[in-house]
Design a protein around this ligand. Structure first.
Ligand SMILES: Cc1ncc(COP(=O)(O)O)c(C=O)c1O
Length: 399
C-alpha cells in the first residue's frame, strides 16, 4: 500500500510531538469525488444518500453535504442529530434499521423526515399510532427480506432468517394490513441484499428482483404504486487488493437497462452507500510499541488494537497496510526487529482476539515505527470496542 505524501507528512509531524502516536487520519477528497462522480453517471431518478454508520465524524458529514449527497441514511436518533448539526435538513433524512424506539420514531415524525423504512408489522402500527397522535401522515417504505442471497458478500442482509424487514413470502399477509393504516403513506420498497459486494451483476440481480416485486404488488393491489425504491448500500471495496474494484459505471449502465426494460423511468431510487464512499478517505495509524518472537512467529504489538480498529478482526481479513519508518534508536543491542518476513500485528488488549493483521509480509519494521492501515475510513472507529480497557481514544485528524 502506498501512503500519500500528505498522510506521511501528517504522521511525521505527529510523531515529532514526542507522544505515542495512535490516530485516524482523514482526507475526504476521495469521498467528495465519488459522490460527484455517482451523481454524474447514475440514471435519472437515482439519489445517493450517505449511510453515516460508516463514519459519523463531522468531516465525513461535511464532505457528503458539500459534495451534494441527496441526504443521509440514519439508523438512530443520535445519527439524526449529527446529520442535522452538519447542515442536512430533516427532509433529507431517510430512516432505516430494526428496533426503532418510540422516541426515535416520534422525532422523525415531528421533524418531517423524508421516509421511514418499516421493518415489521409491529413497527408499522407503532409509527401509525405516533402519527395519529401528531396529526400527521408519514411517507414510508416497506423493507423486505427478499428470498435471495449474495453468497460472496462480506455481510448479507436478506435471504434466510433475518431480523431485517418482512420476509418476502409474508408480504401477501402483511402488506394489505400496512396499506390499511391511515397515517402511513406507502411509497415503495426497500430491499438491501448485502454489504461489500464487488460483483456488479450480483447487485443488479437484486435491483431486478425488486423491480419484479414492485410490478407484482402493483398488479395485485389496485391504486398502489411503488414510486420509490431503495436498493440499500453494498458497493464493495477491494480490501484484498485483487485489482477487481466495484465498477459503478457498469452498475449505472445495468440499472439504466433495467429501468428501460421495466419502464420505470420517472420513479425515485435511493442508494444509501457507506463503505464505498468513506473507506478510502481514512487511515488508522498506530505506533509499534513492541516486537517479540514467540514460538516461531513474530508478534508486533501496537498502541491501538481492536478497541480502535476492530474491523480486520471482526471480518477476519487483513486491510492493506504499510509501515512508516521513523528510524528511532533501539533501546538495547539485539532488540527484535522485522526484516522481510510474515508477521502478526495486534494491539495492547488482554485478549487473543486483539488482532490487526495476520501473517502479513512486511519488508521492515522496528519499534517506534508507525503501522498504517488503509481503507479505514469506513467502519473504523465507529465499529470498534472503544471502552474496552479504557485506553485513550485515538485522535481523529482531518487533513
Ligand atoms: C440499512 C443500511 N443501509 C446502508 C448501509 C450501508 O452499507 P454499505 O456500507 O455496504 O454501503 C447499511 C450497512 O449496514 C445498512 O444497514
Amino acid at each position: 500500500m502506498n501512503i500519500s505524501s500528505e498522510v506521511e507528512q501528517c504522521i511525521r509531524d505527529l510523531a515529532s510531538r514526542g507522544r505515542t502516536l495512535n490516530c485516524y487520519i482523514y482526507d475526504t477528497r476521495a469521498m467528495r469525488e465519488k459522490i460527484r462522480y455517482l451523481a454524474d453517471i447514475m440514471p435519472t431518478g437515482v439519489e445517493v444518500f450517505y449511510a453515516m454508520k460508516a463514519n459519523p465524524h463531522p468531516a465525513f458529514l461535511k464532505a457528503a453535504f458539500e459534495a451534494g449527497a441527496r441526504g443521509i441514511e440514519i439508523a438512530s436518533l443520535g445519527e439524526a442529530e449529527k446529520a442535522v448539526a452538519a447542515g442536512f435538513s430533516p427532509e433529507q433524512l431517510i430512516y432505516t434499521g430494526p428496533g426503532k424506539s418510540v422516541e426515535e420514531l416520534r422525532w422523525g415524525v415531528e421533524h418531517g423526515i423524508r421516509t421511514i423504512h418499516i421493518e415489521s408489522l409491529l413497527e408499522a402500527h407503532r409509527l401509525n399510532a405516533i402519527c395519529a397522535e401528531a396529526g400527521k401522515k408519514q411517507d414510508v417504505l416497506l423493507r423486505i427480506n427478499a428470498d435471495f442471497d449474495i453468497h460472496e458478500a462480506q455481510t448479507t442482509f436478506s435471504g434466510g432468517s433475518k431480523k431485517f424487514g418482512v420476509d418476502e413470502e409474508k408480504l401477501v399477509d402483511v402488506l394489505p394490513r400496512i396499506l390499511a393504516l391511515q397515517h402511513l403513506q406507502f411509497r415503495g420498497l426497500h430491499v438491501y441484499a448485502a454489504s461489500g459486494v464487488l460483483n456488479v451483476a450480483d447487485l443488479l440481480k437484486n435491483c431486478e428482483l425488486v423491480f419484479a416485486m414492485a410490478r407484482r404488488i402493483e398488479a395485485d393491489y389496485d391504486g398502489v404504486v411503488c414510486d420509490t425504491i431503495d436498493f440499500g448500500g453494498g458497493f464493495g471495496i477491494d480490501y484484498l487488493e485483487t485489482g477487481h474494484d466495484f465498477d459503478p459505471a457498469a452498475y449505472a449502465r445495468g440499472l439504466q437497462q433495467l429501468l428501460n426494460e421495466y419502464d420505470f423511468a420517472g420513479r425515485t431510487f435511493f442508494l444509501e452507500l457507506g463503505r464505498y464512499l468513506a473507506a478510502d478517505s481514512g487511515w488508522f495509524c498506530t505506533e509499534i510499541i513492541d516486537i517479540k518472537e514467540s514460538r516461531g512467529k513474530k508478534q508486533v504489538i501496537c498502541a491501538g488494537g481492536i478497541n480502535h480498529f476492530r474491523r480486520p478482526a471482526a471480518l477476519a481479513i487483513n486491510h492493506p497496510m504499510a509501515v512508516l519508518h521513523l528510524q528511532r534508536p533501539a533501546l538495547f543491542e539485539g532488540q527484535e526487529q522485522v526484516r522481510h518476513e510474515a508477521v502478526y500485528f495486534g494491539g495492547p488488549l488482554c485478549t487473543g482476539a486483539d488482532k490487526l493483521a495476520n501473517n502479513v509480509l512486511i519488508e521492515a519494521a522496528d519499534v517506534g515505527d508507525i503501522a498504517v492501515f488503509g481503507y479505514a475510513g469506513a467502519y473504523g472507529l465507529s465499529m470498534s470496542n472503544i471502552e474496552f480497557l479504557s485506553h485513550q481514544r485515538p485522535e481523529e485528524i482531518v487533513l
